[in-house]
Design a protein around this ligand. Structure first.
Ligand SMILES: [Zn+2]
Length: 387
């Protein structure tokens, strides 16, 4: 069932600040807008499609000033939309204490994140924190905090000044000190989130086995990639966390025609057959079209979720793939098609702003935040419909 429509947009605009005041305001809102804050989503029978095991949303961790807005979004909007999984990408945007060099006073800290975990727990939403591992260690001209604090971990130290000519930096997966640091950060964030699953990213890794890295030169990129998957998995497993990761580096970009972004043309794709653990959940992201890659991952033994971004028609085709696998004759594969995760890639505040506009019936505008909100709405409306 789709979220109830609000007939008077002005009243909803007035309502949002009130939502943040607390239970008294919530009681008032329940009177004024019974559909908005009621517990209908828990009490009404779910349609078959709404029982997809994973109905997820991926967000960037908010700035501290937006914490209360996120808490209300979790308590009010996510149950209405029937989101049951929230992946929150922190990367190094957390006030870490386990490694003093990663203290970050202008980011969320343990106490704030515990509030997020509590809100999710109370609404039956699984909170999955994320730190992007291996690739994505820089963005445009900025170097991320891992390599900023530990430049010795860079796979290509001294190369690509100001990140000129590259997409993102990578850390060296064979550096002997990188994992002790990374694991302290992962452990601390996972504990704050009370996490049972942890997302390690690993998408769009273009720099790997660099010829100038004394440890990696000449090595097979697939073996290096698989090795890093196994290392991260083994650590997460011993701390009781299931590993989630993006799937693109496991896909053969040339043979499938998917290309070098949503799949791999840099030699990592054979890693999928390098005995990587099969209890990893693969986040199979595709934003321009919807290849039948969820079926590929299910056939390889992984559980898989399909991840759209800003094109509603792509998200609906991805959902159709998931439903097709779940309804198919191969019952083992059927159980592996867990569901969908909507990605946003615009920051939490712009996403929320556009979500509120969409709920009040404002005409959609061009641009990623508005378009991913429309995609989210179309996808989760379709989730509530029968196949
Ligand atoms: Zn290396």
């Amino acid at each position: 069932m789709a979220a109830p429509k609000i007939s008077n947009p002005d009243r909803l605009l007035l309502a949002w600040p009130l939502i943040q005041i607390g239970s008294l305001a919530a009681a008032v809102l329940m009177f004024l807008f019974p559909g908005m804050v009621s517990s209908d989503s828990q009490t009404q029978p779910r349609s078959p499609a709404a029982t997809l095991p994973v109905r997820g949303l991926h967000l960037s961790a908010p700035a501290p000033k937006d914490l209360s807005a996120l808490l209300e979004f979790i308590r009010v909007a996510l149950p209405q939309e029937r989101v049951n999984t929230l992946i929150l990408e922190f990367d190094y945007g957390f006030d870490f204490r386990s490694r003093p060099e990663f203290a970050h006073s202008s980011a969320l800290g343990k106490d704030e994140v515990r509030q997020i975990a509590k809100a999710c727990r109370e609404k039956g939403i699984e909170l999955i924190p994320q730190i992007n591992c291996l690739g994505h260690q820089s963005w445009e001209k900025s170097v991320g905090r891992l390599l900023g604090k530990h430049p010795e971990f860079d796979e290509t130290p001294g190369k690509y000044l100001q990140n000129e000519g590259i997409y993102c930096r990578s850390y060296c997966p064979l550096h002997p000190e990188v994992h002790p640091v990374l694991f302290d950060l992962i452990d601390e964030l996972a504990r704050a989130c009370e996490a049972k699953s942890f997302h390690v990213g690993m998408d769009e890794v273009f720099i790997l086995a660099d010829p100038d890295c004394p440890r990696c030169k000449g090595k097979d990129p697939a073996a290096l990639f698989a090795g890093e998957v196994k290392t991260l998995h083994a650590h997460l497993k011993q701390m009781g966390c299931r590993m989630w990761m993006w799937g693109d580096r496991f896909l053969d970009g040339k043979a499938t025609g998917i290309g070098k972004w949503e799949a791999s043309e840099n030699g990592t794709w054979p890693a999928v057959d390098h005995q990587v653990p099969k209890d990893i959940v693969i986040c199979d992201w595709h934003y321009e079209r919807a290849p039948e890659t969820p079926r590929f991952f299910a056939s390889k033994g992984f559980e898989v979720v399909a991840c759209p971004w800003r094109k509603s028609e792509v998200s609906l085709a991805q959902l159709a793939h998931i439903k097709s696998i779940r309804g198919g004759a191969d019952r083992i594969a059927a159980d592996r098609a867990l569901g969908v995760v909507q990605t946003t890639w615009c920051g939490f505040a712009p996403f929320l702003e556009n979500y509120k506009k969409q709920r009040t019936g404002e005409a959609p505008v061009k641009g990623a935040p508005s378009e991913c909100v429309q995609c989210f709405s179309a996808l989760f409306k379709a989730l509530g419909e029968k196949p």
